[in-house]
Design a protein around this ligand. Structure first.
Ligand SMILES: [Zn+2]
Length: 307
């Protein structure tokens, strides 16, 4: 299946930093090794244009990012040291989500091996998130008539405050976030539906809560397009997440979300969001399993279309 990646674009990080910069390259290798995509189906994402970013973000913020003029306070909130390489990579991450999203209406589903930077809001960049890729991609899709009513399903363990901020006044976009009740961000911006999950919650109760939340959100939003943030950080072994899902539970989560969205008639764009396992290979394994679940659905859609 076609996948988008920007793993060749790296940026300098201090030693011991928690941002898993190595996961992107390892994941690109892994999906090819697993036969989920051929090397030719792995597309290098183009950088999003500044004008596309300006459809969502405050122009003052964009200038400060572009010129390296973030305040000390903004720098601390972002948690990543500014560099020209960081900005280039951030733009390519958005470009990958936009390309994968454009692919989805014709194929049922599209996936970016990155993105899901949901802590970036209209005029703030924080929590490792420079730009809100999902919001920028949705704006581009709407401009091209490829999406109208949208649902954003955020299953990263951290609440999607930036996405909630961007879409607060947008009646055509429903924001759903399922997250650890005691995880970052500690000051929230309300989504259309926020589901706080208690620390230590495992597969069964999590999947029950997801099903119920999706039923409600689909009923309210009637989407033709959906984004799914398949965060790897609800995993029990995650260093930042406080939930306790197994790898099998995460696969079940991905299948449940994709099947309910497809049954509701929505094209879906899948993005990775966070994942902070002690051993990056665990995060890569979870992300590759998500890609495999997506690939199974791509084949199903293709059979339906060409049968
Ligand atoms: Zn996260």
């Amino acid at each position: 299946m076609d996948l988008w990646t920007h793993h060749r674009w790296r940026f300098p990080l201090p030693p011991q930093h928690k941002f898993p910069i190595d996961k992107y390259g390892l994941l690109a290798e892994r999906v090819v090794a697993d036969g989920i995509a051929t090397a030719r189906e792995l597309h290098e994402a183009e950088p999003a244009e500044w004008s596309e970013l300006a459809a969502v973000h405050d122009t003052g913020l964009l200038s400060r990012i572009r010129e390296g003029r973030l305040s000390v306070r903004e720098q601390r909130g972002l948690g990543l040291p500014w560099s020209a390489a960081l900005v280039e990579r951030g733009r390519r991450s958005v470009g990958g989500t936009t390309a994968a999203a454009r692919h989805a209406p014709g194929h049922g589903v599209g996936m970016n091996l990155g993105g899901g930077t949901h802590h970036a809001g209209r005029d703030f960049a924080r929590g490792y998130c420079l730009f809100n890729d999902v919001a920028v991609a949705l704006a581009a899709l709407r401009r091209d008539g490829l999406a109208e009513r949208a649902l954003i399903v955020d299953c990263d363990v951290h609440q999607g405050d930036g996405t909630a901020d961007v879409f607060a006044a947008d009646a055509r976009t429903f924001t759903l976030s399922l997250h650890g009740a005691r995880n970052y961000p500690f000051t929230r911006i309300a989504s259309d539906l926020d589901v706080d999950i208690a620390s230590g919650t495992g597969d069964g109760r999590y999947l029950g809560a997801l099903r119920e939340a999706l039923e409600f959100a689909l009923e309210r939003s009637r989407p033709d397009f959906a984004f799914f943030l398949a965060g790897a950080d609800p995993w029990a072994g995650d260093r930042l997440g406080r939930l306790a899902l197994s790898k099998r539970g995460l696969r079940a989560r991905d299948a449940l979300a994709l099947d309910m969205l497809a049954a509701a008639g929505a094209a879906v764009c899948v993005v990775l969001a966070g994942g902070y396992a002690e051993d990056v290979r665990d995060t890569v394994e979870i992300n590759a399993a998500t890609a495999a679940v997506v690939e199974e659905r791509t084949q199903r859609t293709a059979r339906r279309v060409y049968a």
